[in-house]
Design a protein around this ligand. Structure first.
Ligand SMILES: Nc1ncnc2c1ncn2[C@@H]1O[C@H](COP(=O)(O)OP(=O)(O)O)[C@@H](O)[C@H]1O
Ligand code: SF4
Ligand SMILES: [Mg+2]
Length: 325
């Protein structure tokens, strides 16, 4: 399903350690290896605090990893500086959860969507009206909205503006970090429809961070499940309901049948609270909450293993062929 010639962005052995109180270390991302393919969506799912945003920030050069590389068309963008770094930002754009907080409240929508194009001298100031109208049309907003301010718009409309701004530079990749999490379920659906439509039209690669596995499985081509800084399972999105193997992924899937996911609460099908990222178990990071934990799990960290085409799992239960050990 995923062809290596379509690989455009690759994280290799990415680790991020933050200093924490008492001279301790917080390992927000631990040896992450992920691949983004042309025109496909990679969904990253996991509970709050598992390191999703920390990881996404490396991809848009808002932070650099402690170790590892981020290869964009084979070039390590964590080493970019100055003008080269600035120019590279055109290719990878990001949409955040709350656009009202990301943009200056005194700016009109026209200025918000045109700003990146003006910064990179892709349009002249005299072209702002026509450009804003064109961009708003792409996200199904009326051209008259160019005169409004963010606070005069609904949550869904604001997110459309943020998406219009993100596509303005015709980036190769758009990363959305909990971009629909604050929206009502019905509005969420219309935003997902919009981004999948734009993806098809422009063959954009998407990274979609979300804590709702039910939502992400409805449209992501590939899903990476993250737990306490570690990727524990990667597989095609369409198979996750039927073929997920990691006990944590199964717990996430189990919980969507009970309630819509609320990651501020503990997962209903898992007994204990999530351990702190300051106190990750030595062996499998999930061992304290896993009802299938074995002796080996407490001592040896399971590595991601390929168990089928496009399917990797980090769990001692499974051997190379994907059958239970
Ligand atoms: N700048 C920082 N300094 C210290 N700790 C941080 C910093 N940024 C994130 N963290 C910690 O890293 C962990 C992962 O955070 P984050 O990536 O925001 O998780 P998520 O997006 O999955 O909710 C959390 O424990 C968070 O407190
Ligand atoms: S490695 Fe062990 S503790 Fe970890 S998920 Fe697999 S069975 Fe559970
Ligand atoms: Mg986050």
């Amino acid at each position: 399903m995923f062809d290596e010639k379509d690989l455009i962005l690759e994280a290799k052995h990415v680790t991020r350690i933050f200093p924490a109180a008492g001279g301790r270390e917080l390992r927000a991302c631990n040896d992450i290896n992920l691949k983004f393919y042309k025109g496909k969506t990679l969904g990253i799912v996991g509970e709050s605090g598992c390191g999703k945003s920390t990881f996404m920030r490396f991809l848009v050069s808002l932070d650099v990893p402690t170790e590892g590389e981020i290869l964009f068309h084979g070039k390590d963008i964590t080493k970019l500086k100055g003008e080269e770094l600035r120019q590279n930002r055109q290719h990878i754009q990001m949409v955040f959860q709350d656009p009202a907080q990301s943009f200056n409240p005194k700016m009109k929508i026209r200025d918000i969507v045109c700003e990146p194009l003006l910064n990179f001298k892709r349009i002249k100031p005299s072209q702002k009206n026509e450009t804003a109208a064109r961009l708003l049309e792409m996200v199904d907003l009326p051209a008259e909205m160019a005169d409004r301010y963010m606070h005069n718009m609904s949550g869904g409309q604001r997110q459309r503006v943020a998406i219009a701004r993100a596509i303005a530079l015709e980036p190769e990749i758009i990363l959305l970090d909990e971009a629909t999490s604050a929206l009502d379920v019905s509005v969420q659906k219309t935003i997902i429809e919009l981004i999948t439509k734009l993806q098809k039209e422009k063959n954009i690669t998407m990274g979609f961070i979300c804590h709702d596995i039910g939502l992400i499985q409805s449209f992501a081509h590939q899903i990476a499940v993250m737990y306490l800084g570690n990727i524990v399972e990667v597989m095609p999105g369409e198979d996750i309901g039927s073929h997920a193997m990691h006990p944590y992924t199964q717990a996430l899937l189990g919980s969507i049948f009970d309630i819509r996911m609320d990651f501020t609460k503990k997962i209903e099908s898992i007994e204990s609270e999530a351990p702190s990222p300051l106190n990750v178990p030595k062996g499998c990071p999930f061992c304290d909450r896993c009802d299938r934990c074995m002796d080996i799990c407490r001592n040896e960290r399971p590595l991601l293993k390929k168990i089928a085409e496009d399917h990797e799992v980090a769990c001692h239960l499974f051997d190379q062929e994907g059958s239970e050990a």
